[in-house]
Write a protein that binds this ligand. Structure first.
Ligand code: SF4
Ligand code: SF4
Length: 111
């Protein structure tokens, strides 16, 4: 794989996990668009489309594994900002595997 951002040709996590967050994020500096959310519990919202048996965030543009984009990138909620493709738990690769995509290799660290 090239050294570019692997997320630009993936989007698997946006169509795998429930993306839920504290409701206050719609009124925070993030200003998550409330119209694209739905309540999932007291004080918590989720991105529409992610609280489904076959999740897909309403803000995801493009087809998973192809050229994708987040239509609210500047206003995406905290879980999306914090999601690490190379997290130790392997969440990214679980999402990729579910969509038939190969696992990411950790980036090489310069000596
Ligand atoms: S599954 Fe991993 S590589 Fe794909 S968009 Fe999410 S963080 Fe990026
Ligand atoms: S808000 Fe954007 S980054 Fe977050 S799940 Fe939806 S499409 Fe993906």
């Amino acid at each position: 794989m090239s050294g570019g951002n692997p997320c630009l040709n993936c989007g698997a996590c946006c169509a795998f996990f429930r993306v839920s967050f504290y409701w206050g994020e719609v009124h925070s500096d993030y200003a998550v668009p409330e119209a694209l959310t739905e309540p999932v519990s007291f004080a918590r919202l989720a991105m529409q489309g992610t609280n489904q048996p076959a999740p897909r965030c309403v803000a995801l543009q493009g087809e998973v594994g192809g050229c994708v984009a987040c239509s609210i990138y500047e206003n995406r909620p905290g879980p999306c900002r914090e999601f690490d493709p190379f997290d130790a738990e392997g969440a990214c690769n679980r999402a990729r595997e579910a969509h038939g995509l190969p696992p990411l290799e950790p980036p090489l660290v310069a000596a």
